[in-house]
Design a protein around this ligand. Sequence first.
Ligand SMILES: Cc1cc2nc3c(=O)[nH]c(=O)nc-3n(C[C@H](O)[C@H](O)[C@H](O)COP(=O)(O)O)c2cc1C
Length: 147
Amino acid sequence: MRVGNTEIAAQLLRELTGADLFKIEPVQPYSKDYNECIAQAQEDQRRDARPELKSCPNSLDGYGTVYLGYPNYWGTMPMAVFTFLERFDWNGKTIRPFCTHEGSGLGRSESDIRRLCPGAKVETGLEIYGSTSAKAGPAMKKWLARE
Ligand SMILES: Cc1cc2nc3c(=O)[nH]c(=O)nc-3n(C[C@H](O)[C@H](O)[C@H](O)COP(=O)(O)O)c2cc1C
C-alpha cells in the first residue's frame, strides 16, 4: 500500500524523537478514487461523523506528550482523528499537532483539538506541504527544539 504524506512525516518524527508510533485507521477506508474520497470525507465532516477505528490504545497513561499527525481534510482533521481524540482523558497532557496539507496549513484543526481535548496543553502546530513531507526533517528539528 502507498505510504501517505502524513505517515512519511510521522516516521521522520519517530526517527528524530524515538517516540512510539500509532496509526489512526478507520475500519472503512475512503475510496481510492480521488473525487469519491473527497466527497466521502466532506460528507463525514458535514454529518460530524465519528468513523469507527480499526484499533485504538486503551489509554495514554505513561505518555506526557502526544505528537498528533494528520492530513488537512476540508480545513481540519479527518473525522477518524476526532474519534481518536474523544477516547481519552487529556488532562495534564501536551499535544503537538503536525499537519500535512496542500495549501491550507493547519486550518482550524488546532482549535478543534482544543475543543475535543479539554485539559490538554495544545502547542503550536507544524505545517508541512504534503508533497515535500520527505524533506521536512530540518523544519521538524526547529519545531522540536521549541519544546
Ligand atoms: C478528502 C481530502 C480533503 C482535502 N482537503 C484539503 C484542504 O482543505 N486543504 C489543503 O490544503 N489540503 C487538502 N487536502 C490535501 C491533503 O491534506 C494533503 O494531500 C495531505 O498531505 C494528504 O496526506 P496523506 O497522504 O497522509 O493522506 C485534502 C485531501 C483530501 C484527500
